[in-house]
Ligand binder design. Sequence first.
Ligand code: C5P
Length: 405
Amino acid sequence: MQTLTNKRILLGITGGIAAYKAAELVRRFQDQGAEVQVVMTKGATEFITPLTLQALSNHPVHLDLLNTETESAMGHIELARWADLIIVAPATADFIARMALGRGDDLLTTLCLAAECRIAIAPAMNQAMWAKQATQENCQHLLDRNISIFGPEEGLQACGETGVGRLLDIDEIVIEAASLFSSNLLTGVKVLITAGPTREAIDPVRYISNHSSGKQGFALAQAALEAGAIVTLVSGPTNLDPPDRATLVPIISATQMYDAVMAEVADTDIFIGVAAVADYRPAKVQTQKIKKNPAASNKSMTLDLVENPDIIAAVANSEKRPFTVGFAAETDHLIEYARKKLEQKNLDVIVANNVADTAIGFNSDNNQTTVLWENHVEELPMMSKSNISIRIIELISERFNLASQ
Ligand code: C5P
């Protein structure tokens, strides 16, 4: 089974008798390696206590939309952005109706409106309520909006009736949730990704580097794996655990990254250069630690730098050229500079982001990017690096499949 390792799941619980089963669902998601936060409607709190869900999820349970204290701790927009998946289980007929109308009259409906991630519901209600045309039409609206519906299943109901309306078996919900993260967009496609910073040694103790955390490159590797790709990740030093099924090639300097990439490139279908490669390195690495020179009259020292190879340009111009995707981190003239790089480096696609904005880019968990190719510009809204990676991989696979036809 596809696992939910490192996925952030926002579990919405609404007011039906099956709400007690949500406690078990939290545990099963955690068994799969997911982090779970819980949102409860007022009705849900009549069936199961927030304290139970708080103890199980290890997070405060989110209850109110208009509460200044909780909003300042983690506001509803932030919470929506945090999630890789929102799943509402159980989802009552009333909640489904409000969601179908696009209402935002409580925290859970508002989160569903604000979210850019996948959303799923697991309905649970009396069989007659489920069978009603109104409920069926509401569910159809949700399906039309790409919201997944898990169950319900048939069986004996709490009200004593038998029919379709029982919450889908908890283990089945977990399997269906996990399957939302796997697509066959890149099945068997070989993807090579560079990530993180490079370090350019000055002497045995000092180096030149940058603020890249590697988060965006690692998230793209994960998204490519979930799309069925065979992924090699060439990464500079980061504090991150590499995705389970990726082949990690750790490197330190730009020249090491260049060598590692060029060794793989002929056997690569898609290359994605996310690494923040140092443009220059010291011309000579000193073998001894450089000492301060108190006698220097101008109190300065000069470091001679030489240019590093442009890895992505070398890939894009190699003989057996893979489909090549670059990133452009800019502080100004975002689109103009990104388009120039697309052309100058001979790329197929470029993903531009504004690193002057501290809410996104380097080290942040969120990113807001614009994807450019040929004459197209597609702006993506601000999302977590994990959700943005899923979108970018979808766009890349579309372009890649067109290019390989
Ligand atoms: O020119 P600039 O560094 O802004 O270009 C960014 C893109 O080029 C990124 O995709 C980055 O990974 C790649 N790059 C590279 N080798 C370099 C410099 C940048 O592959 N030496």
